[in-house]
Every structure is written in structure tokens, then in C-alpha cells.
Design a binder for this molecule. Structure first.
Ligand code: MN
Length: 736
């Protein structure tokens, strides 16, 4: 066929469904495209114009689209591949046609890479969203179909790459838009290059059995038609062998060879109305034996893409099973040509058909009420994903964001850390402001810095996605929360200290839950945050915990008493001759009080030999401090508010085996410092329950050790030993 003949064929095809098409415009488009592509050749060696002509032919023949679509199909490669620009097409034809061509070119420019399923789905959506006008994607699919039909001239790598892309992107989009016929062809052509051996096996097998299959189909068809004629049900019956990719997929998913594939044949019965669909089903089930579990009513429950039909599989004569699909003419049009079918209906003034199934088409129709068909087509935009934009990360992943999304939304969609450290953004390589609205297909890059100050409050207003907004709010809440926790904790611990308790006394699975229950906070941090924020006070916290704290204090005292008792015989032995002393508790004699609860304050951890003083707490007995402890400072002791609560205490002779206390070593930081400290503790036979060591920025190390000592004398020895370590500047007993 010459180029001119091919063009005439196109005109004839269009005339067949749209006699009032603007043929002079279409011819101008053809001639302009021919001129633009003059001298260009396809890989096959043919003049380039063959391709746009063939695409227009598909658009007309398969989809029966309007004049604008035909013109755009003819012109679809002029912006991408020739010097012609959007303005030229717009001036010579129309802005709409120029937009259609530009839209197709944009889709052509997208680079695909195989990704995981979710990414592929986003890519598909992006393509549809970028199309804006649905005709763009329809022309693009037609373009791809022709390229796949002529793929034999491309290099093997290109064949594989394009086929994979077709299989993963274009065939599923065709399916989504309801265009089954084009979907099949795209799948079969892709399979041919993706698995040539598997494809060839199926095709040659089908060819070899063609006569046999044809006879079977004719016979079966006749059986059905005869019965329907008798019943006076108007009908059309088609029989076909299933397409190679569908057979291929079944062989794979069911792990079967070609002979074992269940239903190689499919019959289609087209009737006038839904009632007849069910009548035909009855007839089919009467003539043939239905296979259990193979009946599906997609008329009652349509598929998500709007597909409607009755499906059943029956056993034919000769024991060959086959599938029967029964549907009305309207349903058939929709299943074959999908979205395009709706168009045609509207165009021909036949109403919108089954548009209810296409939610978005229905919405469009509502918006178009009163508008004429032409206007409807012009404004038919894809609003399937109108409230979403799809943008690329620099490495080609697709992010799905709400319409109007900004770089802020994008950054937080990647990760809150990216958002919190964002200092700038680039779109398609150019620096943009944070409120720059993103468009589908944009490549967005976020510039971050470790030193970023974090989000600003304005960002909450700029961000379009709830995700970004809530992450920004979280950041502010958390920032403050950290601060609040620090302050709240300090206040709480100070209050505890008053009572001679430390955090250590509170922690532990047998204690903390009970205490938290008293203050009704789920965690200590939550309580601290509340105290820091001012919603709660440390005094209240301690007073609510009081009962529980008393129980803990008592428990500890009992435990220690038990330990003392166990050690008693030994003590008795060594001190058998010593005169009976005034009764003491844990080695402490409290003036004027017998048998009272004694607690060693954790702030200064006194040991026998230290000068000590007692403080009567509310409900926890006497708390013992070193006289030099800031918490027992002369000022505090003179405080009239606390007067009468300070009490004289002294060490008895029956002191405990050991007392917990704390030492702090400040040293010039050096290698093995901690090793030497440990060695010193070990040679003095010191019981160590914990060491914490930290380096300061200016080259010093501070080691804090929790130890147990018998008395001040042992303590003195340990301090001396630690002081001898090279680099040690100071050894102290912390207090306050
Ligand atoms: Mn093309």
C-alpha cells in the first residue's frame, strides 16, 4: 500500500463511523506531518510518515475517536522529532491539538525502569495523571501498539526493554481503561519478545491444531445458534481461541502444559438486553454440562474497570471444555473499547451508556449537563487522579502526593528526617521556593543539611498533605517535649531527694507500674513532660506516690534488716565482749527515737565515720545526710519552715557490712584510664556496682562510680589509691 493509499484507507475508516468529520483539516494535518518528517526514515527503512499514519489508523479503527484525536495522532511525533513547536501546531491547527501532541510527547520522554509493583502502579497512575486529556493516553497507547507491531526492526535490547515496559505499563493501563482488545494485542506482542520460545511454542501449537479447532468451534457455535433461533432470542455468537499471553499465563500459574490448559476456547454471545443474557445462560447450561465453580456474574457485580458480562465454563461434545461470555451489545462495546466506547455513545447522541460504572466519567457528565457533545469531548479530562500528583525522586522512584503538593510535602513523604533537615529544593534541576507547586512528572530533589534548624511554623500552612503537616507538628511537640522532660525530671528528682529517695528506688518492674498508676501517666517521661510543661507539679507527684513510696521504703528496710540478721552471728562473735549499745537501725543511732525507719540519702551517701545529720521526712522515716551535704546546709538547717525536722544522728557500733556510696574521678583523658581506675578499685577489694565514664570536649574524663564500702577508713584508702593514678586530678565524694 502506498502512503497515499494508506491515507485514503484512513479517511474511509473515519467516514465509516463519523461521516461529519473535518476531512480537510485531517488532510492538512497529514500533509503537515508528512512535510515535517520529510527525509526521516523508520528503522524498517520506510518513510517516517508511515508511523503517524498507522497510529491514526489505530485511533480511528480501534477507538473511533474524533477529528481532533485523528489530527493529533497524525502530528504526534512532530514536536518531539522535528523542528515544529507547540506554537506552530497551535497556530496551524488548534491549541487543543497542540496540547494533545505536547501531552503525547511528554509521556514519550518519561524514562522507565523496572521497579517493584507499587512503583509500577504509581508510574501507571502518573502516566494517566500527566495525560490530563484522556485522548493523550489513548493516542499514546495507539502509538505504542504500532511500535510493538513493528518491533522486529529494533535491536534485541530495545525489543526487550520496550516489551517489558508495554507489559508493565501500557497493557495494564489499557485494561484499566477497559480496552481489552488492545490490551491482548499489547500483551501478545510483548510476550513474543520477552519469551520468544514460549510464545512460539503456543503459536505453532495453535496453528497446527487450527483445522481441528475451527471444526470444533463451528460445531459448537451452530449448536448454540440453533437453540437461540428456536427461542427467538436475537444474538451474535463469536468463537475464538484464547490469545497466546492468556494461555501462557495459565500455563505458568497452573504449572500445566498446553494440553492440560482447561479452556483454550472462548465463545461470546451478544444479545440485546440483560434479561436475554440470563436466558442464554440457561440455554448454554441446558445444552452443555456446566463446570462447577466456574460461573461468574459480572453483570450483577461488575469488575472495577466497569467490565460486565456473564462467564461460565461448560464441557462441550468430545469432552473439550470452553468458556462462554454472555453480554449485551453495550457491555460488549465497553469491554472491547472501554473509555473510548463511552465517548462514541455520547458523540452519537445515544446517551452516556453505562457511564455509572466509570465513576469519573459520571462526575464529568454531571459537570457537563446541558453542554453539547463537542464541548463535552473538549473538556473531557482525566480526573481519575485529578487530586493527585506524581513526581520522581532523583533516582527515579515515584512519589504520589496530593494535588498542589510542595517540596515540603515531598520531603516529608520521603522521611521526616529529610523534611526536618531540608534547607532547599530543586525541581527539574532548578532551585525553587518551598511553596512551589509540584506537577506530575517533575523530578524533585531535596537539599538537606545536618545543621538545618528544622521546620518553620509556616510550613504547616504551606504543606498540602496531612502526612507532612502532622510530621511537622510532631517535630514541634517533640522539641518542646524533650525540653519539658529534662525540666520535669529535675524538679521531680529534687523533690524525691527531700525525702531521701532517688530514682533508683522507684525503678524496677515491681515498683514503677504501681507508682505510675498513682499519678495516672503511662510512662515516667510523660509525667516529666507534664511537670516540665506545668500541667502537673513535682510536689503533687511525690505526694500522690507517697503511700506507694512508703511501702517501698519499708520493703527496703525489711530487706536490709534481714541481711543484717543473716550476718548477725559473725558480728556477734567479733563483738561478743563489747557492751550492749543503744539500739540502732542500720548502724545509725537516732537521738531520742528508738526503732525508727532510717534511710541513707542518695545525694551524699554517708558511710560510717562521716559526720552525719538526720532529717525527719513525711512518712519515710529519718533520712541521713552527711553534715557537709548541701541538702543539709546550715541555711537549710536554720530554715524555720523545716525547724524541728532536723535531728541529731550518729553511727552506732553495729554498722552494716557495707554502705553504698559514690566517688567521682576527674582526670586528663588518656588511653587505658578506665582500666587503671578499675585496677585501683580491684586492688583495694572494692565492691563496684557501676561505673559511668564520659569525656569532655576539652580533653578531660569524668568517671563516676557506685561502690560499697565498710566505712570512712576504707573510703580513704580507695581515694588515696585513685589519686595515685597518673593523670587523675581530683577524687571527690559527690553530694547535693
Ligand atoms: Mn510515535
Amino acid at each position: 500500500m502506498t502512503i497515499q493509499e494508506q491515507y485514503n484507507h484512513l479517511e474511509k475508516t473515519i467516514r465509516g463511523y463519523n461521516p461529519s468529520a473535518d476531512f480537510s483539516h485531517i488532510r492538512t494535518a497529514f500533509e503537515y506531518a508528512d512535510k515535517c518528517h520529510d527525509g526521516q526514515k523508520r528503522k524498517s527503512g520506510e518513510p517516517y510518515i508511515i508511523h503517524p499514519l498507522a497510529v491514526a489508523q489505530i485511533v480511528a479503527e480501534e477507538l473511533k475517536l474524533d477529528s481532533e484525536s485523528i489530527e493529533a495522532a497524525l502530528l504526534h511525533d512532530v514536536i518531539e522529532d522535528t523542528p515544529a513547536e507547540h506554537a506552530d501546531v497551535s497556530r496551524l491547527f488548534s491549541p487543543t491539538i497542540a496540547d494533545l501532541v505536547e501531552g503525547v510527547s511528554k509521556l514519550t520522554r518519561i524514562q522507565y525502569a523496572t521497579k517493584e509493583d507499587e512503583q509500577m502502579e504509581n508510574l501507571r497512575k502518573m502516566l494517566i495523571a500527566m495525560s490530563k486529556d484522556i485522548r493523550v493516553i489513548l493516542i499514546k497507547i495507539s502509538d505504542r501498539l504500532h511500535n510493538m507491531r513493528t518491533m522486529e526492526y529494533q535491536s534485541p535490547e530495545k525489543q526487550k526493554q520496550k516489551s517489558l515496559e508495554t507489559m508493565e505499563i501500557y497493557a495494564p493501563i489499557s485494561h484499566r481503561l477497559g480496552m481489552q482488545r488492545m490490551k491482548w494485542e499489547l500483551e501478545d506482542l510483548s510476550l513474543k519478545y520477552l519469551d520468544p520460545v514460549g510464545y512460539q511454542e503456543i503459536v505453532s501449537r495453535l496453528e497446527a491444531k487450527k483445522t481441528e479447532y475451527d471444526i470444533f468451534m463451528q460445531k459448537t457455535r451452530a449448536q448454540v445458534e440453533t437453540r437461540l433461533d428456536e427461542l427467538d432470542i436475537p444474538h451474535l455468537v463469536y468463537g475464538r481461541v484464547k490469545h497466546p499471553y492468556s494461555i501462557y499465563r495459565k500455563m505458568f500459574s497452573q504449572n500445566k502444559n498446553l494440553d492440560e490448559i482447561f479452556d483454550l476456547f472462548a465463545f461470546r454471545v451478544i444479545v440485546d438486553n440483560v434479561g436475554d443474557c440470563y436466558n442464554v445462560l440457561g440455554v448454554v447450561h441446558d445444552i452443555f454440562t456446566p463446570l462447577l465453580g466456574r460461573f461468574k456474574d459480572y453483570i450483577g457485580t461488575p469488575k472495577p474497570n466497569g467490565y460486565q458480562s456473564l462467564h461460565t465454563t461448560v464441557m462441550g461434545t468430545d469432552g473439550i471444555p470452553f468458556e462462554v461470555q454472555i453480554r449485551t451489545r453495550d457491555m460488549h462495546e465497553v469491554s472491547e473499547y472501554g473509555v473510548a466506547a463511552h465517548w462514541k455513545y455520547k458523540q452519537n447522541g445515544q446517551g452516556a451508556g453505562a457511564e455509572g460504572k466509570y465513576e469519573w466519567v459520571r462526575r464529568l457528565l454531571e459537570n457537563q449537563e446541558g453542554a453539547d457533545a463537542e464541548e463535552f469531548i473538549h473538556s473531557l479530562k482525566i480526573d481519575m487522579f485529578a487530586d493527585e500528583v506524581f513526581v520522581f525522586t532523583p533516582n527515579g522512584d515515584v512519589q504520589n502526593l496530593p494535588a498542589g503538593a510542595t517540596p515540603i510535602d515531598f520531603a516529608y513523604a520521603i522521611h521526616s528526617a529529610v523534611g526536618n533537615r531540608m534547607v532547599g529544593a530543586k525541581v527539574n534541576g532548578r532551585i525553587v521556593t518551598f511553596d512551589h507547586p509540584l506537577k506530575s512528572g517533575d523530578i524533585v530533589e531535596i537539599l538537606t543539611s545536618k545543621g538545618a534548624k528544622g521546620p518553620s511554623r509556616d510550613w504547616i500552612k504551606i504543606a498540602k498533605s496531612n502526612e507532612a503537616r502532622s510530621k511537622i507538628r510532631q517535630w514541634f511537640k517533640k522539641e518542646r517535649r524533650d525540653e519539658n522532660i529534662v525540666n520535669g525530671r529535675a524538679a521531680f528528682e529534687a523533690e524525691l531527694k527531700h525525702c531521701g529517695l532517688t530514682m533508683k528506688d522507684l525503678l524496677g518492674p515491681d515498683r514503677l507500674p504501681g507508682l505510675l498508676k498513682k499519678v495516672t501517666y503511662p510512662t515516667l517521661d510523660d509525667m516529666y513532660a507534664a511537670i516540665g510543661y506545668g500541667g502537673f507539679t513535682a510536689q503533687k507527684a511525690v505526694s500522690r506516690m507517697q503511700g506507694e513510696l512508703q511501702r517501698i521504703a519499708k520493703q527496703q528496710a525489711e530487706k536490709q534488716a534481714l541481711e543484717t540478721l543473716e550476718n548477725a552471728p559473725k558480728a556477734e562473735e567479733s563483738r561478743s565482749s563489747s557492751p550492749k549499745q543503744v539500739k540502732s537501725e542500720q548502724g545509725i543511732i537516732v537521738e531520742g527515737l528508738d526503732n525508727c525507719l532510717v534511710k541513707f540519702s542518695k545525694c551524699c551517701t554517708p558511710v560510717p565515720g562521716d559526720e552525719i545529720v538526720g532529717f525527719i521526712t513525711r512518712g519515710y522515716g529519718v533520712s541521713v545526710h552527711r553534715s557537709d551535704c548541701p541538702n543539709a546546709s546550715p541555711e537549710r538547717r536554720a530554715d524555720p519552715a523545716l525547724s524541728g525536722r532536723w535531728i541529731k544522728v550518729s553511727w552506732g557500733s553495729d554498722t552494716n557490712e557495707s554502705y553504698p556510696t559514690t566517688l567521682e574521678v576527674v582526670a586528663k583523658d588518656r588511653l587505658n584510664l578506665l582500666l587503671d581506675v578499675s585496677a585501683a578499685l580491684s586492688t583495694t577489694k572494692t565492691f563496684v556496682s557501676g561505673i559511668q565514664c564520659r569525656s569532655t570536649d576539652d580533653g578531660f574524663a569524668i568517671a563516676r562510680m557506685e561502690i560499697r564500702v565498710r566505712d570512712g577508713e576504707q573510703m580513704h584508702t580507695i581515694i588515696n589509691k585513685l589519686n595515685q593514678i597518673s593523670g587523675v586530678l581530683q577524687v571527690t565524694r559527690p553530694s547535693g
